[in-house]
Write a new protein. Structure first.
Ligand SMILES: [Zn+2]
Length: 334
């Protein structure tokens, strides 16, 4: 779309259209900043923002994780539009973490831009999948935007997580699932508890975010390491969800002392809940991804059917080339 300009600004992007300026996960002084979600790589450039527009889920998880906004904030809801001058901004569920948002931006001459932030095109136990919508310009993430990243179905990965948890517990050891404290940890807790396992959250960071999920209607049942129940769980066997092995060990020492903590640590069998573990699938990898895989990204772009696509993150160049070959002109944002 001629006239719409997108460029990198710090860790986010600057959208320009005539005199209008909009920050995408980057703080700007002469226009609003649209905040897609509260993972650190999307929040570290908010300094200098005049106004941040985000969902309550994003603002609440940001605050819970210690983020402090000095700017004014405007709360948006999924499926609702707000007017900002002559620009209409609509928030859409990105399916990535609590509050994660895609923004559809409509200018007064009808030109439209869709910014995806990070997004997931499949439903999970705690998040609802992102749905494409038509736009003239698409600004999309490309984390797994290379052909080798084709994820198994969520049901299959869930089944494998449950299976290895049972196997490890049956062998008298403790399955410990590593997951980001925002998003994946809550999904793991929901899955394991739903399958009848007792779940111990190994890190305060997980607990802090999980409480926000509960406030937003996603009730998560688990035990925290600093609770009275933790010792019973540790001694009788449970599943563990952890975002940091090192911090968990320090917490464990406080609860049971260093010699028992060392014994417990020796019993842990570790698994990574991450899309990046796909190459190890079948030998310990459990590719539970909060992002869309390669075929999903291609299909999503086709459904948006933009005149131009800007790709960002790891595989931006590979995805842009693939989309261009498929008849959707695309460029990486570098
Ligand atoms: Zn993210």
């Amino acid at each position: 779309m001629s006239g719409v300009k997108v460029s990198r600004q710090r860790t986010g992007f600057l959208l320009r259209y005539g005199n209008i300026r909009i920050g995408l996960d980057t703080g700007i002084a002469d226009g609003p900043t649209l905040l897609s979600h509260s993972h650190t790589d999307h929040t570290q450039s908010l300094g200098g923002a005049r106004e941040v527009i985000a969902t309550k889920g994003t603002l609440d998880t940001l605050a819970a994780r210690g983020g402090r906004l000095k700017s004014a904030t405007t709360v948006v809801e999924y499926g609702r539009s707000i007017f900002h001058g002559n620009v209409v901004i609509t928030a859409l569920d990105a399916g990535h973490v609590l509050g994660s948002t895609m923004f559809l931006i409509e200018f007064d001459d009808g030109a439209t831009v869709l910014y995806t932030g990070d997004f997931n095109n499949v439903d999970s136990l705690v998040h609802t999948r992102a749905q494409p919508t038509k736009a003239d310009v698409l600004v999309m993430e490309a984390t797994y935007g290379s052909p080798e990243w084709v994820f198994p179905s969520r049901e299959r990965v869930y089944g494998d997580i449950v299976r290895v948890a049972r196997e490890v517990l049956d062998s008298g050891r403790i399955p410990r699932f590593h997951a980001y404290s925002l998003g994946k940890a809550q999904e793991a807790i929901a899955l394991l508890h739903g399958e009848g396992f007792e779940v111990l959250a190994g890190n305060g960071a997980i607990d802090t975010v999980s409480r926000v999920y509960s406030r937003h209607g996603i009730d998560l049942q688990y035990v925290t390491l600093d609770s009275a129940e933790a010792r019973r769980l540790i001694e009788h066997g449970c599943t563990v969800v952890s975002s940091s092995t090192r911090h968990m060990y320090h917490n464990l020492v406080k609860v049971v002392g260093s010699s028992v903590a060392q014994q417990m640590e020796a019993l842990m069998v570790d698994f990574d809940l991450s899309g990046w573990s796909l190459p190890q699938y079948g030998s310990g990898g459990l590719p539970l991804s909060a992002h869309t895989d390669y075929p999903g990204l291609i299909q999503f772009a086709k459904n948006v059917d933009p005149v131009i696509t800007y790709c960002f993150t790891e595989n931006a160049r590979v995805l842009a080339e693939a989309l261009s070959r498929d008849g959707l002109p695309a460029v990486p944002l570098e």
